[in-house]
Design a binder for this molecule. Structure first.
Ligand SMILES: [Zn+2]
Ligand SMILES: [Zn+2]
Length: 253
């Protein structure tokens, strides 16, 4: 399984995962042009795309979706709640629906979604599995439930949100309401909460961890890394940063 985090952050999210000749795109927060440019930069062929999964309807996850739906003839998967909002707000239709907790397949991938606590209609985290490896993904969530923790166990790769540092958020320039929203249980995970989750689900075969959805205003790469290092505590997982403006280091999982 090859994992390419093409973009991560509040201005656009897109994750490309390939197994053999087939690839999935998780979220369409890049313009089609940017998506193609970044795929070229990581040496991946857009022709291998077999399906797109939308985790939730926030603009940083669907910005490129209207054009993608028109130009690329692959199925787009969403929960009924997400699909309903996208139909109402953007007149986007034709989704393949899945319920959290129900496994479905895209090419060689088995996909299991699970609900997360976030201020969207029916947001999900994901576990993607091919015959060899399992990748867990949870990037927009305000709190870690027992179910989230359960689903993210036993993965060889994890893409985890570490959105903000609470002190930087508190002292930062955002209006009070926005600060409240971000740190609420329907907002985003702080570094320390992401770190605690990582510590709890860590195991000897967790080879790669990506730190995702970092706020450009209320966080720094160094703070994220420190939180992850504390969580992993020398137990041998490789930690990767992710970026808004460019793809993260690609990894063969
Ligand atoms: Zn987001
Ligand atoms: Zn969101």
């Amino acid at each position: 399984m090859k994992v390419c985090i093409l973009a991560s952050g509040s201005r656009g999210n897109a994750i490309w995962v390939r197994s053999g000749q087939s690839a999935i795109l998780v979220d369409a927060g890049l313009s089609l042009r940017q998506l193609k440019q970044r795929l070229a930069a990581v040496d991946e062929d857009p022709g291998r795309l077999k399906g797109v999964i939308i985790t939730h309807e926030h603009s940083d996850h669907i910005r490129g979706l209207p054009l993608l739906l028109r130009k690329i003839g692959v199925p787009v998967f969403a929960t009924p709640g997400t699909a309903k909002v996208l139909a109402e707000r953007l007149d986007l239709n034709g989704f393949e629906l899945f319920d959290p907790g129900e496994k479905f397949e895209i090419g060689p991938f088995e996909v299991l979604a699970f609900p997360v606590s976030h201020d969207a209609a029916e947001p999900v985290g994901l576990v993607l599995e091919d015959r060899r490896t399992r990748l867990g993904l949870a990037t927009d969530l305000g709190q870690v439930t027992r179910l989230v923790e359960e689903r993210l166990k036993h993965c060889q790769g994890l893409i985890l949100e570490m959105n903000h540092d609470p002190r930087l958020l508190k002292e930062g320039p955002y209006p009070w309401e926005v600060k409240q929203r971000i740190q609420s249980r329907f907002g985003h995970l702080a570094n320390e909460k992401g770190g605690k989750l990582l510590a709890r689900v860590h195991h000897a075969d967790l080879d790669h961890v990506w730190l995702a959805h970092r706020s450009e205003v209320n966080n720094t790469p160094a703070l994220q890394r420190a939180a992850a290092a504390e969580a992993v505590a020398g137990r041998g997982s490789e930690i990767h940063l992710t970026w808004q403006e460019r793809p993260a280091e690609t990894v063969e999982l």
